[in-house]
Write a protein that binds this ligand. Sequence first.
Ligand code: FAD
Length: 256
Amino acid sequence: MKEYDIVIVGAGIAGLTAAIYAVRAGKSAIVLEGKMEGGQIINTINIENWPGDMRVTGVELIRKIKAQAEELGAEIDYVNVEKIVKAKDGFEIFGDMDEKFKAKAVILAMGTDPRKLSDEMMKDAGKRPVSYCATCDGALYKGKKVVVVGHGNSAEHEIKYLKGICSEVYNIHHDEKIPEDAEAIFVAIGRIPATECAKEIVEIDARGYIVAGEDCHTSCTGVFVAGDCRTKDLRQLVTAAADGAVAATEAVHFLS
Ligand SMILES: Cc1cc2nc3c(=O)[nH]c(=O)nc-3n(C[C@H](O)[C@H](O)[C@H](O)COP(=O)(O)OP(=O)(O)OC[C@H]3O[C@@H](n4cnc5c(N)ncnc54)[C@H](O)[C@@H]3O)c2cc1C
């Protein structure tokens, strides 16, 4: 079992920033990532509100932050964390492929996942492809008719992107019928916190977010939370990065 001062779950902007702060404070730290580093911003091609960069893509931004964390000494490993358990002298973190890590402190930075279509709508979609990312899959439907399900900011983003590629972009609510001639369905009906792996160790609110204030302390001593999976009002890159810095600093204080 590998042992670290701090294990960070999730390599989005919150987790990677936490890693930078943890290693710069002289602690050993590993970031465990279940899919691909970068999290939800990775498919965004035009970020305009990251201070210091008028226009930057998600990939570019994350590449720089990951390189910075690694150069400073943080480790990153591809592990989907299934469970975190309180041990006598810290915490044990288990991956879904039997990986095991030990830590004196844990930072939870799992962000959010896209909310899935209802079973009824999946039935309505039939054999037609369902995607949760226009930037990833839009090009596959060049010149075709597609539908975007959802009406929030993310749906607007998807519609704008697909209009540059597809011959027709319909837009419907999550309880409307899918147009028969739509050849692919793009879903943007909100996001849900990815907090399943932490539900036995920290308090989670009715919507699934980990309960914590601006100090990023959770209900479990030694476990901190950063980024979009925390209870907060503004879920953005800068607030996720800020949480990463706060959570790591609090974890370092806890360790000393
Ligand atoms: C389409 C879109 C456009 C956006 N545009 C902007 C913008 O222009 N400006 C802005 O400021 N914000 C934007 N946002 C919001 C911004 O992306 C988020 O606020 C920010 O990425 C949150 O970072 P995070 O690190 O908290 O979580 P995430 O980015 O969600 O990262 C969490 C990471 O944890 C991993 N993970 C989850 N569960 C586990 C597990 N059990 N084990 C291991 N790893 C796990 C995930 O795979 C993921 O990589 C946008 C969001 C979307 C969806």
